[in-house]
Design a protein around this ligand. Sequence first.
Ligand code: SF4
Length: 434
Amino acid sequence: MNSTPSSERLHITLFGIRNAGKSSLINALAERNIAIVSDRPGTTTDPVSKAMELGELGPVVLTDTAGLDDEGELGMLRVRKSLERLAWTDIGLFVTPLHEPPHAAEYEALEKLGASSVPLAIAATHADLPAHPRKEAWIAELEAGRYLLSPLLGVARVSTKSGTGVSELRSMFARAASSGKLNENRLSCSRETGLLEGLVEQGDHLVLVTPIDAAAPKGRLILPQVQVLREALDRGCSCTVVQPSELARALSALLRSPRLVITDSQAFREVAAILPPEQALTSFSLLFARHKGELSLFRAGLERLANLQRDAVRQTAGTKPIRLLGIEACTHSRTHEDIATVKIPRLLAERTGRQVALTMLREVRDVSIEDDFDLAVVCGGCMITRRRMQTQLARLDEAGIPAVNFGLFLAWAHGLFPRAVLPLGESAQTLLTI
Ligand code: SF4
């Protein structure tokens, strides 16, 4: 609990053919043995991730992947799994042995990597051996900007034996992160808006409402609550943390109104009923959607909800069930009042007067327009990176499926939209015109 959560780290993934030197390079970058190095091709079979501090770059997750030239049915599956990592990669590190000619699988893989929006760095390994002229020529073409659509951060000639080029790679990553280069793509991935940035000032008092119910983990708060609390403290704010049942008493003990009340979305209605209408109120989930730059991406989902409700009022809704796609990015044990599988479908049915047919997924991979979902509701994604979440939302957008997150859905369902997004300032503007 005392280290940076994986979702807040920069994710760097190494791609390359078998025996390109990926595992040696990961060890050299980390300055310790975290990957198994062997001369036998195919030693790394599944992606292996390791969280670490990388000098001036700070907290990162380095991922070693299986060789992109892996063979056979199983090998092809591994290659697919390796390339799937692009969805949550902030920087792709393409590793190619400088002393060998370009491999057919490298052309193919680079085409896929280069067509993504993921910024790439190239590590030409075995730089202590004589370079192969065809590989040198290929790298020169890549440096000149041929074949790649994604931004090229640079090429480093690396020898893990002598250590040449390793610090150059680290500096390349750090420069890219600090220059904002990683933000140039639509699926931007680096510096995010702080959870409370622009919303509070030093000396403010905040009230955090955290229900401890059957769904709460034993003996601890959940990650979003801990992160908001920590940021409030970092910003010089004081906090009262209460359960909904203690909220009224806690408020009456305060000498002045809190700057902001932040609640678990599931307690929205209960909390709103206790607060005076002028009290600024939002949820952990909405703060995270703003933090990860997703708020504006939920506009289409809110419009769909407004249309569904309008149809219900006009009694023009028809009898077809609403096809709802629920997406939860991690597994957890479900309770009888589970938010995704019980509460949201029930509330949607109550608000629209229609039955709801629910499909649950962990990750959006194979949803297409033929699936014909009316709406997707996505979890807050506290365990995954901003890039991975935005990739999910982009896939839903491509498939024509409007989406909202759990927090926005619950705010809407409890009649707290737009109140719950008003405290979020400019980032919520696009939602307020619905
Ligand atoms: S389901 Fe989503 S919001 Fe809930 S803990 Fe997992 S990643 Fe976080």
